[in-house]
Write a protein that binds this ligand. Sequence first.
Ligand code: NAP
Length: 252
Amino acid sequence: MQNPFDLSGKVALVTGANTGLGQALAVGLAAAGADIAAVGRSTPDETKAEVKALGRKFHFIKADLGDASVVGDVMDAAVQNLGTVDILVNNAGTIKRNDALDFTEDEWDTVMNVNLKTAFFLSQAFARHVTGADKGGSIINIASMLSFQGGIRVASYTASKSGIAGLTKLLANEWASKRINVNAIAPGYFATNNTTALRADEKRNAEILGRIPAGRWGQPSDLSGAAVFLASEAGAYVHGAVIPVDGGWLAR
Ligand code: NAP
């Protein structure tokens, strides 16, 4: 029987793949057989080496995803270098912390543009590409615990991650019939650059760890299995789901 999690022959476009969760997602998809188009600002040398070591192709597309107008060029570059793209992972994201009373328009726009606006328009470019090629595909959005909860001092981040959960369901409703699976993974608390400040704050660190049933911060590689599942034949009938990978955080 064929392995239902096999991604051989597929191409995955992963945003923000130079570090953290995006790096682990790219390497995890490559380990399952996919070639990787990495999109972002910083050159992903480490990710490239890991993907190549797995025997997969790797192509880097330099782009600032704070500007949604780049999406057409990004898709074109991926297709030119690796062929039809089958999987899109909207992972690139940023966060700004400030009291809601003091929150600036720049702190709002910077986060919303990368986390929500570009994620939507890149999904649109991807969907036009696969439907144009008469193929299906998978979109995996990276959501957050703040797709379900309010958080504090992160107004634009919470709005963007609640928005991405809603958008995941809307796009699933519109595109499931076009053989495009749109789903999201909601990571709990993971040890990456994004959470350096939280982990460095002894009080917050202890509070967070005390609430995670698994008793530890997530490691980026903890996310890969869910992504491979959603991108593969095994997840073919999964549409519009926001799947927590959180060590049990939401169960508390
Ligand atoms: P990270 O280590 O800070 O990585 C963020 C990635 O996004 C980096 O590759 C970064 O590129 C890229 N990025 C940010 N702004 C960009 C822009 N304007 N243009 C292009 N790329 C940009 O954070 P992470 O923890 O791996 O986060 C990855 C995703 O998971 C984000 O969507 C985040 O919200 C989400 N998430 C993380 C956690 C967690 O606990 N870590 C929990 C829930 C959700 P540069 O390196 O060039 O800045």
